[in-house]
Design a protein around this ligand. Sequence first.
Ligand code: MIG
Length: 674
Amino acid sequence: MIFKFQFGKPFPTEAVVAKDQIQDAPGQPVPFVDVKEGESITYQMQPDDLVYGLGQNVRGINKRGWIYSSNCSDNPNHQEDTRSLYAAHNFLMIDGAKKFAMFLDYPGIVTFDIGYTRSDELKITLSDWNLDLYIWEGESMTELVKAFRHMIGRSYIAPKWAFGYGQSRWGYQTAEDVRRVVQKHKENDLPLDSVYMDIDYMERYKDFTINEERFPNFEAFNEEMKAQQIHLVPIIDAGVKKEEGYPVYEEGVEKGYFCKKEDGSNFVAAVWPGHSMFTDFLNPEARKWFGDHYAFLLDKGVEGFWNDMNEPSIFYTEDRIRDVIDEISKLKGKNLDLTELWKMLGLVNGMANNVEDYKTFFHETEVGRLSHEKVHNLFGYNMTRAAGEAFERLCPEKRILMFSRSSYIGMHRYGGIWQGDNKSWWSHLLMNIKMCPSLNMCGILYTGADLGGFGSNATEDLLLRWLQFGVFTPLMRNHSAIGTREQEIYQFQDIGAFRNILKFRYRLLPYLYSEYMKAVLKEELYFSPLAFMYPEDAFASQVEDQLFVGESLMVAPVYEQNARGRYVYLPEEMRMFRLKRDGSLESEVLDAGHHYVKAELEEMVFFLRKGHALVLAEAANRVADVDFGHLQALTFGDEAVEYEYYHDDGYTKDYENPKNWSRLEISGDGEISC
Ligand code: MIG
């Protein structure tokens, strides 16, 4: 049973959809924690307590020892001390003598001090006290997650082609650029299923337009790509350009669908298109209106999108820039001391994403007019919801790829996320690894990071090691920023090594897709921390750089430069596989315990659990060419093992059909048809 405590007048975020396990609690005391209304929620942590959850955040899988805050922000320079990334995922679990979980359904800023101020105290504070607090106990972390996932509803399911490899770069300017990417992959025999279109495809960054000079006759171009089984995936930005004669702008103004200021005038702020408007995604009519615009591209044959800048990101507002310039002009002619200089720089650098700006515009919601600041964390969620709801109306039979930058719990029903603007840093590869299970706990299963790193310059070895982990993430996309070193695989020397890794991704697809679908449909984790699989193993919770992928596989990625192997902890005896440079798999059985495992730069190791199976297909260069019906099984154990194999057409939504499920009886390694 999940207890729900209500404080003040919570905003109906609609994060929670299944209420059958939820019981309204009459009032205080709240079990486990100490709630001082208007002040804080605290929990006295025992020395051995572990804290899990919080979805998209920096640092470990065990969140203990840092202070986090839910305040969706566009921060391309995030690192270890960053308190909030692009999302607000207010879900926490305590694993200790007491095992319980909490969800704070609250759209404003929340701070989670998890042993930062006092090492033994967990202290949660909120900017106001209008929230629904859900709290429940369970026997295990797995059970706690399952209860949560049930109440927040089924996670988004991507089309099968979106499990293929995608190439992206902010900087592909023209159809020719895209053609070249496809051609280069083909020439080098590199698998590829999608190419992403960043902001330059639009006409001066206007949503739902195509720049005719750069992408002439887009529909035919899309057809040309489709004939090669390549999906074009355009970006959609949150800000709508303010420009007379641009229908999206004019319609939005006329219907009153953009956020307004206190005085009723439209709120305008600068983003990529210059002066822009922000759709009031909390108004269901405005949401529908914005969503319907995706038809512009759907009608041209597009089957996938990524939603960007939806924290929302703001470069500056006119009001702020005026104030800043006024302040700075006061300094004119003065002899600046350092304090003045820092102040001036602070004013300039504080122009983007300023919390003060979030207070100046409003949403017309079902429960009345609210300042953006109160509901800030719901913006990206509802932009993506606008798209997801529109896809249901416009093409109910078909799965459309959708992933967002910003998110809140609830959004996981409408799309996945990419993990934001990371850097080409080894530490960000490790961050990517650790973030995955935490996101899964919050219902976000379709996810992956910008492989190779978005900002800064990638090296060949970094990209190779990153792809070796990316092989296991549902979203496998190489993406980088304009101005950085080009990092398409063919820019590097040892293309054969990359080819081998990519081809193996396609061989793994029957297993990866089956495990992803089972995780969605059974409300379970796709990526699990070792501790969740072996709760009795005291050491397992110390291991954060190895993960389970589905039920059978454990991965132990190499994430350090110049390393030719790594230490791996095995909670039990496992069969280790090493993917060799020629594409063959070498295997050996390793005992439980600690091992140093070799992995040359182009090699990748992974582990199969006893009593479980891995199913592989033949390699292919497109998802559509993978034969999901003829598999090679790899097993570990003397007895026959059973593998529950989920397999569907990947495009329609007939998930419940019993034909999609088969129980494969597998004895030993070998071929199977199903
Ligand atoms: O301010 O569209 O996170 O993936 O390439 C940068 C350009 C805007 C941020 C996204 C990134 C994308 C970039 N965008």
